[in-house]
Design a protein around this ligand. Structure first.
Ligand code: HEM
Length: 224
C-alpha cells in the first residue's frame, strides 16, 4: 500500500500530466484556453481572481522553500526550527487564507451566477472542488495539524520523500506515520495534477509574459 500511494500513484499522475499536455497541445490546441468568463460577470471575478492568484503565488513560494530546500541547508543559513515554524504558520497561514478567500469568491460566483453556471462544464466544477479541498486541508494542517502532532516534522518526512520522488529515488517508508490530513492534502494534489491537462488549468503555461515587454501602442508599417 505504501508503495502504491507514495510511488506508483504520484508517478502515474505525473505521467498523465506530461502525456496529457502533449496530447492536448497536438490534438486539441484550439481548446487550450482559460475559458475566461469575464464578459459574463466582471465584478466578483476581479476580486476572486486577484485574491486567489496572489495567494497561490505566495503559497507556491512557501511550498518551494518547505519542500525543496533541505532543513539542514536552511539551518546553515541561520534559520532555526522555531523561526521556520513561525514563518510557516504566520506567513503560510496568511497566504493560505488569501487563497481561500479567493477560491470561495470564485466558487460562489461559478455556482450562483446563472450565466457563469450554465457555461461551466463538469471539469470546471471538479477542478474548483479539488482546489478548495487541497487549500482547506492545507490550512488545517498548518494551523491545527502541526499543533495536534507536535513531534511530527514534515521537513524530515514529506520533504525528503518529495525530493526523492523528483530525483527518481523515492523512499515511501518516509511517509509511514504521516498524519492523515497531510496524506490527504498530498494525494488530492496529485489527483489534481492528473486531471490538470484536461481542464482550463492549462492556461497556467500560457501566461502572456511578453505582454509586459510590449510597447503601449504598436505601430505597424503600411504594407507596400
Ligand atoms: C504534492 C504536492 C504538495 C505537497 C507535498 C504539499 C505539502 C504541504 C505541506 C507539508 C504543508 C504544510 C506547510 C506548513 O505547515 O508549513 C502544506 C500546506 C498548504 N498547502 Fe500544500 N502541498 C502540495 C500541493 C498543494 C497545492 C497544489 C496547493 C494549492 C492548490 C496547496 C496549498 C496549500 C495551502 C494553502 C497550505 C496552507 C499553508 C500555506 O499557505 O502554505 N498545496 N502543503
Amino acid at each position: 500500500m505504501l508503495q502504491f500511494l507514495w510511488v506508483i500513484f504520484p508517478y502515474l499522475m505525473i505521467t498523465i500530466f506530461i502525456v496529457g499536455h502533449i496530447y492536448r497541445y497536438n490534438v486539441d490546441q484550439l481548446s487550450w484556453t482559460a475559458k475566461s468568463s469575464e464578459f459574463l460577470e466582471k465584478k466578483t471575478l476581479k476580486w476572486g481572481s486577484l485574491f486567489f492568484h496572489i495567494g497561490i503565488l505566495l503559497v507556491s513560494v512557501g511550498h518551494i522553500v518547505g519542500l525543496l530546500v533541505p532543513k539542514s541547508l536552511l539551518e546553515s543559513f541561520g534559520v532555526s526550527e522555531s523561526m521556520y515554524h513561525s514563518g510557516a504558520v504566520y506567513v503560510g497561514g496568511f497566504a493560505g487564507i488569501i487563497t481561500l478567500i479567493g477560491i470561495l469568491i470564485l466558487m460562489n460566483r461559478r455556482l450562483t451566477n446563472k450565466r457563469v453556471r450554465i457555461t461551466s462544464d463538469t471539469s470546471d466544477i471538479i477542478t474548483l472542488i479539488l482546489i478548495f479541498l487541497i487549500i482547506i486541508i492545507g490550512i488545517y494542517n498548518t494551523v491545527i495539524g502541526t499543533r495536534l502532532h507536535p513531534d511530527f516534522d514534515y521537513r524530515e518526512t514529506i520533504s525528503p520523500w518529495f525530493r526523492g520522488l523528483l530525483t527518481f529515488v523515492p523512499d515511501p517508508s518516509l511517509m509511514r506515520g504521516v498524519p492523515l490530513g497531510f496524506q490527504l492534502h498530498i494525494l488530492i494534489s496529485f489527483a489534481l495534477i492528473g486531471i490538470w491537462p484536461f481542464t482550463r488549468l492549462v492556461h497556467v503555461w500560457s501566461v502572456p509574459l511578453t505582454y509586459f515587454k510590449r510597447r503601449y501602442i504598436i505601430y505597424r508599417k503600411r504594407a507596400g
